[in-house]
Design a protein around this ligand. Structure first.
Ligand code: HEM
Length: 468
């Protein structure tokens, strides 16, 4: 009974504090044309952002993302897991670490991973064979296993073979941590640490975060040993024995000598930020191609020009030629923006020129990327229609540079965007040459940390005879 009274008291204080703060902020930003806390299709899922103000126009988006480089407090739940890894690193640290990490994600470097990607794409095609001609199924599970294999091998140099062995203690732990984090984002009463720590989830989170840290720590330790051993004979982009250098290998011996803990935090951030995002965009794109058979045919025509009738994996030259597929992927990211909200901390008063309001220091502001990507004012009539030609150069003239922000915008944008694009093009190219895809409407969506269709990514696939 006493515990219940104490809990009710803490929850009451929290709500009073929260509503006073929210009222003050509402007064300061009353003129901001935010969508009243709701977005089309995803409904009121934005509520989880609490007292953040939402921006849905390119001019203010540009000003916010150029000036506010620190992450909003909403990301604090990730801290026990990702520490000061790049994704949520505080500003001072982020500036120096991002400089060191940038060259590692340069196009020339990530292009070297095309063989890893195409090998995993080959495994994916074999795994999908079991579903060929068998009716509808959720394709995301297959894609996620494939992107996990790619991201782990390229980030850590570890072959996980998730596509064949999806049930490992590490992956289970990772999944549990993500479920708990998602839950905290949406269940307001689990947000204050003092309440969360009273629930069994706190212990479960701690145990499973520990498990995932142990896994990455072990890989980092092994890689450090290899680095120390080979320090005398550094090689350009290959490990001794001709093995390609993973992101982790490239983080040793830089301007900043990272500690093992910092390396773990960066690698965990990269594998978490890079995997589900890429898998989701691939899955949405496949469904859209399944719905729009005419667009699928145009993509196939382009693939035939590049590969004739071959099912070989894509190399970097092939990937550069996939202009039509690139437009399709961009249009898929516009309509189904997998990171639908980008939240930043406003650390000094910030004037938004479009909305003509000043955001007070100490508040949070969110870019409603999903809503902006479906705005008629920006994209013209029928903004909800799937039309990849919107991204033809001649139709992109005059579009504001911050109107399309699937990878965010400004100096704290996605560091893995080029790599993500290479993975997406290579995997979709392999699947589409091997299988004809059919699909129905995507249906209602929900926001967890990312954007998911409630009914999954349902597709039907049939083996194509034209490619072998
Ligand atoms: C389609 C695929 C991807 C999408 C849509 C995506 C989207 C994003 C977005 C929107 C952000 C900024 C988030 C924010 O400001 O709150 C971000 C940051 C980040 N992404 Fe990606 N991403 C993708 C792929 C990747 C890949 C493949 C990697 C690496 C392997 C990666 C690593 C990161 C990292 C490390 C950050 C933090 C950057 C920083 O704060 O400096 N992402 N991503």
């Amino acid at each position: 009974m006493i515990i219940l009274v104490v809990l009710a008291f803490i929850a009451g204080c929290f709500l009073i504090f929260y509503s006073i703060k929210a009222r003050k902020l509402d007064k300061a930003t009353a003129d901001l044309p935010a969508p009243g806390g709701t977005l089309p299709i995803v409904g009121n899922a934005m509520m989880f952002l609490g007292d953040n103000q939402t921006i849905v126009n390119p001019e203010d988006t540009q000003v916010l993302l150029d000036n506010c480089l620190d992450k909003d407090v909403v990301y604090r739940f990730l801290r026990p897991w990702l520490g000061h890894g790049l994704f949520i690193a505080p500003l001072g640290l982020w500036k120096t670490h991002r400089k060191v990490l940038l060259p590692v994600f340069h196009n020339k470097v990530v292009e070297e991973y095309v063989d890893v990607i195409s090998n995993q794409a080959g495994v994916l095609l074999e795994r999908l064979q079991e579903m060929s001609g068998k009716g509808k199924f959720d394709v995301l599970k297959y894609i996620t296993a494939c992107t996990l294999d790619i991201v782990f091998e390229t980030a850590m140099g570890e072959r996980m073979d998730v596509q064949h062995s999806p049930d490992t203690p590490y992956l289970r732990a990772r999944h549990i941590v993500m479920e708990i984090l998602n839950m905290r984002l949406f269940k307001v009463w689990l947000q204050p640490d003092c309440l969360f720590n009273l629930t069994p989830y706190a212990k479960q989170q701690k145990t499973n975060i520990h498990l995932t840290h142990k896994f990455t720590d072990e890989v980092v330790r092994k890689k450090r040993q290899e680095y120390e051993k080979n320090k005398e004979n550094p090689t350009e982009d290959k490990q001794p024995g001709g093995k390609l250098k993973a992101v982790l290998d490239l983080l040793f011996g830089r301007e900043i000598e990272f500690t093992n803990e910092q390396l773990r935090e960066h690698i965990d951030s990269i594998t978490i930020a890079g995997n589900d995002t890429t898998a989701l965009v691939i899955a949405y794109t496949l469904v859209l191609l399944g719905i729009h058979q005419d667009v699928q045919q145009t993509v196939i025509d382009e693939q035939e020009k590049i590969f004739e009738n071959s099912l070989r994996g894509a190399n970097k030259e092939d990937i550069q030629e996939m202009k039509c597929l690139e437009r399709v992927i961009k249009e898929s990211m516009r309509l189904y923006t997998v990171v639908p909200i980008i939240a930043r901390k406003v650390d000094k008063p910030l004037y938004l020129p479009h909305s003509k309001v000043t955001l007070p220091a100490g508040t949070g502001a969110a870019i409603g990327a999903f809503a902006m990507h479906r705005s008629e004012g920006i994209w013209g009539p029928k903004p909800n229609d799937f039309d990849p030609d919107r991204f033809l150069p001649e139709r992109s003239i005059g579009r504001h540079p911050a109107a399309f922000v699937p990878f965010s915008y400004g100096s704290r944008n996605c560091i893995g965007r080029n790599f993500g694009m290479i993975i997406m093009k290579s995997i979709i190219s392999s699947i589409i040459r091997c299988y004809k895809i059919e699909a129905d409407e995507i249906g209602p969506l929900k926001i967890e940390m990312l954007l998911f269709p409630i009914n999954g990514h349902q597709v039907k696939i049939t083996r194509r005879a034209a490619f072998n």
